[in-house]
Write a protein that binds this ligand. Structure first.
Ligand code: TLP
Length: 348
């Protein structure tokens, strides 16, 4: 089976298992796990922030960040296609009373600057408004197909946020994919945000964990919020050990996943009736689907799974294939072959 549903299916590398076995441990809620402390210092250094905090998941990282930036009744201004808005069970609203204010998302995951400007409504100007608490960006962008927010765009949002005095949180679950694709240090992308959350458990292949990075003050608040949502872990060095390997050994290889995504996309784009926007294939995600809605019948993903290739069904007649550690170039060629055959059989 060639599993392209997500890069979250990646299994830890042998070096990670070895590091987990040997990890020096302590009680992290007491700040005494040396391996967690090492990972947090490394993450802070790489993202150019003062401090970092290990959390269980990307969802928890975003939740803790939004709650640490904003107060109950304030707005999180975010993309209408963002992961925080769509796929995180409304956590910041449900648990923290933060109001989601969605803004239209462009083709590459960018929020229209005018839309963003209009969404920032200082409470002082009108009694009807919930005041802005935080702006959330996402790069690479999941629903847009792994697209990158370029530094020029991040800079423009930074200027807007500074003018309004609002912090920026970056959902950088796959920010290392962006950095590798742009061939720049990750800190060149994270420097525009007050906080960033990135995942160890996606393309970087660690089994569990995300890091929230930001100023010392912000991370102190985030640490308390993490405790509040039940995310304080004890001998978390077991997880952190794999995370250190992820950051030191697994970043550069993301370029291979990007090459594979390109091969996959180019092998499918010319199929009859195929809608696949090659310009959005910038990292390791490929979103595709039929140009015209398909009549009743089995979906492409269901048929493919029967033929030995798993991809994700992301709704609205669209599918997602994700390349990752553990998928070799030969698997990609095989996946293209099977996908072409299945597509033709389904007569899209
Ligand atoms: N995305 C997952 C699933 O939710 C669909 C995936 O397979 O892509 N931000 C972004 C941009 C994400 O893509 C994800 C996970 C998260 C946050 C949440 O991370 P986790 O799953 O660790 O809570």
């Amino acid at each position: 089976m060639i599993d392209l549903r997500s890069d979250t299916v990646t299994l830890p590398s042998p070096a990670m298992r070895e590091a987990m076995y040997r990890a020096e441990l302590g009680d992290d809620v007491m700040g005494e796990d040396p391996t967690v402390n090492r990972l947090e210092a490394l993450a802070a250094e790489m993202t150019g922030k003062e401090a970092a905090l290990l959390v269980v998941s990307g969802t928890m990282g975003n939740l803790v960040s939004v709650l640490s930036h904003s107060r109950r009744g304030e707005e999180a201004i975010l993309g209408d296609q963002s992961h925080i808005f769509h796929f995180e069970a409304g956590g910041a609203s449900a648990l923290g009373g933060v109001v989601f204010h969605p803004v239209a998302t462009g083709r590459f995951g960018e929020l229209d600057l005018n839309g963003l400007k209009n969404a920032i409504r200082p409470a002082a100007t009108n009694v009807h408004y919930a005041p802005p608490g935080v702006i959330c960006l996402e790069s690479t962008h999941n629903r847009c197909g792994g697209t990158i927010l370029p530094p020029t765009y991040l800079q423009a949002v930074r200027e807007l946020a500074d003018a309004a005095g609002i912090p920026i949180h970056l959902d950088g679950s796959r920010i290392f994919n962006a950095a590798v694709a742009l061939e720049c240090p990750v800190r060149e992308l994270t420097r525009f945000a007050d906080s960033v959350q990135f995942c160890l458990s996606k393309g970087l292949s660690a089994p569990v964990g995300s890091l929230v990075c930001g100023s010392r003050d912000f991370i102190a608040r985030a640490r308390r919020t993490r405790k509040m949502v039940g995310g304080g872990m004890r001998q978390a060095g077991i997880i952190a050990a794999a995370g250190i390997v992820a950051l030191t050994e697994m970043v550069e290889r993301l370029a291979e996943d990007h090459r594979h995504a390109r091969i996959l996309a180019e092998g499918l784009v010319e199929l009859p009736g195929m809608h696949l926007d090659l310009d959005t294939v910038q990292t390791n995600l490929v979103i595709l689907g039929p140009r015209a809605p398909h009549p009743e019948g089995p979906s492409f993903a269901q048929e493919l799974a029967r033929a030995g290739v798993k991809i994700g069904d992301i709704g609205g007649g669209r599918f997602r294939a994700v390349t990752h550690y553990g998928i070799a170039q030969a698997d990609i060629h095989e996946a293209v072959r099977v996908m072409q055959k299945t597509w033709r059989e389904l007569r899209y």
